[in-house]
Design a protein around this ligand. Structure first.
Ligand code: ZN
Length: 248
């Protein structure tokens, strides 16, 4: 009995993906992602403040992604963003096809399952590059104690320094994770015209990186001239009616 159980364990270990985490714990048993503490007193104000913070993360990621375009650092974060968005969707689709509800899926379904597990580990392996460490800073002049988490330095990371704020690859990833944790990741999108630059779609209708891209997009739309002419006609008609009323 004992022997067979050892064999089973060994087989299970052999199947296990190569990624070795430095911790046995999962995100279910973790400290929360670092987040700025909300300062407002009332619930409504806190809600607004939360929105502003989400905007800050979104704006930060988009500025970083657009600036790092074409670098390896930028490519790494883009693929992380895409996988963070795709993996939960693919898991959910996979679960919907569970063999219990769809008998006959068998081996193919299990193969997909193994691939999803691999992707899950691969994602965690990528994330494990971004180590943040607790940091204490005493501000001598204001006699103020400040606490925070700072990422390790890495010269391969694309980094933006603006005033007192540094955004490295690790900071961009942390912002992406915070957006993902609140369900806001899909707001970090590619511009619908150039498909190259990134947009933070704080509102659903934010689709383009610039006024130029918006114009290009609609100019290429097949019925653009037709719609424009129609709008013009409607506008002239309205004007006519308004004038008629005024005169009458
Ligand atoms: Zn664009």
């Amino acid at each position: 009995m004992a022997t067979s159980s050892v064999v089973t364990n060994k087989q299970q270990q052999a199947k296990r993906p190569v990624f070795k985490s430095k911790s046995r714990r999962t995100a279910v048993d973790a400290q929360p992602l670092p987040q700025k503490t909300l300062q407002s007193d009332t619930a409504t104000e806190r809600k607004n403040e939360e929105k502003r913070l989400a905007l800050t993360d979104g704006a930060r990621v988009v500025i970083w992604l657009n600036a790092s375009h074409g670098t390896k650092s930028g490519q790494r974060v883009v693929s992380l963003r895409d996988e963070l968005a795709a993996l939960p969707k693919d898991w959910a689709n996979h679960n919907r096809l569970a063999p219990l509800t769809h008998p006959g899926l068998g081996e193919g379904w299990r193969k997909d399952q193994r691939q999803l597990v691999q992707r899950h580990h691969a994602l965690n392996e990528l994330l494990s590059r971004y180590a943040f460490r607790p940091r204490y800073t005493f501000r001598v002049f204001t006699e103020e104690s400040v606490f925070g988490l700072v990422p390790d330095d890495d010269r391969r990371w694309f980094t933006i320094e603006k005033g007192n704020e540094t955004t490295s690859e690790a900071d961009a990833v942390m912002s992406l994770l915070r957006l993902a944790s609140t369900g806001d990741l899909s707001k970090i999108r590619r511009c619908e015209a150039c498909r190259d630059r990134w947009v933070f779609a704080a509102k659903r209708n934010y689709r383009f990186c610039s006024a130029d891209c918006r114009e290009t997009f609609y100019a290429k739309a097949p019925d653009y001239h037709e719609r424009k002419a129609k709008n013009q006609r409607a506008y002239r008609q309205k004007l006519k009616q308004a004038n008629a009323k005024f005169i009458g």
